[in-house]
Design a protein around this ligand. Sequence first.
Ligand SMILES: [Fe+2]
Length: 300
Amino acid sequence: MGSNPTVSAKNTIKEIADERSKGLRKIDETCKDNRKCQKRDDQKARFLREEISHDYPDPAEEDQGKIMSIIVAGDIHGNFAFLNQVLNSHKKITMVLQCGDFGWWPRAHGKIFASGLNDFIKFDNYSLKNKDVKIFWCPGNHEDWEELIKLESENKWEIMPNVFYMPKGSTMDLPDGRKVLFMGGGLSIDAKDRIPRSGAFGWFWEETITQKDIEELPDEKIDIVISHTAPNEFVIPDYHAEYGHDPSRDALSYVLEKYKPPRWYFGHMHQFCKGIYNECKWIGLSSVGGFPGRWWVPLE
Ligand SMILES: [Fe+2]
């Protein structure tokens, strides 16, 4: 297995910002011209409604007979105890692919936060107890993007022992030979409540997928995509239009069209759902912390 990600070189923040403003316009144009986003309603009509599931089956029952060595996890938001618990109770797990909102907030490490009316917790950004389990995570919109940019500029991918940051467009090979593309990023629906670049929990414009990210995509066969949000083609139950237009979803539509991967996993929506779009079997994972539905599944 190629444990080290293939990573494209990134330019300076200024260059990326310039690219972004140009790029988002270009993505919108491309979307109109080539990706037939205007036909989304037709696609919805063709979509097999029964493929969308709101069921939350008992994991033990549903996972019977599946290979449990690799799992895919949804949003964690720095609540690593949940993942520790899964790893502790499923000893056959050797690898975790995580769909963003991992909770990389090193600047908040050791700080005290309110947790309920009279409870306080000391945030521990290094509390993962993964030991030999390899964890590969793509970025979400709830990360400290200034810290991620620092990692990228230093070519630093193993942020803790056996925990690998996988930037947008990076790839890895699974032991069975399948290639995984990590394509994190997504628009924050709570951006207005966060002060731009105000420390670990600020808002960072780098959170969305840019035209530059799209242009740097590798030209190779991709079998599985791990992303934070989802392509437009995946019909998400209860997805609220008032969340606004996320250009990352257009970019992921391009990724879907380019690679036509047979498998796709994402998080972000904090709900469990699944479906099939053409040949692509997709699963949207929920989040830890009381959100409905499964937040992790065995990789199929
Ligand atoms: Fe999230």
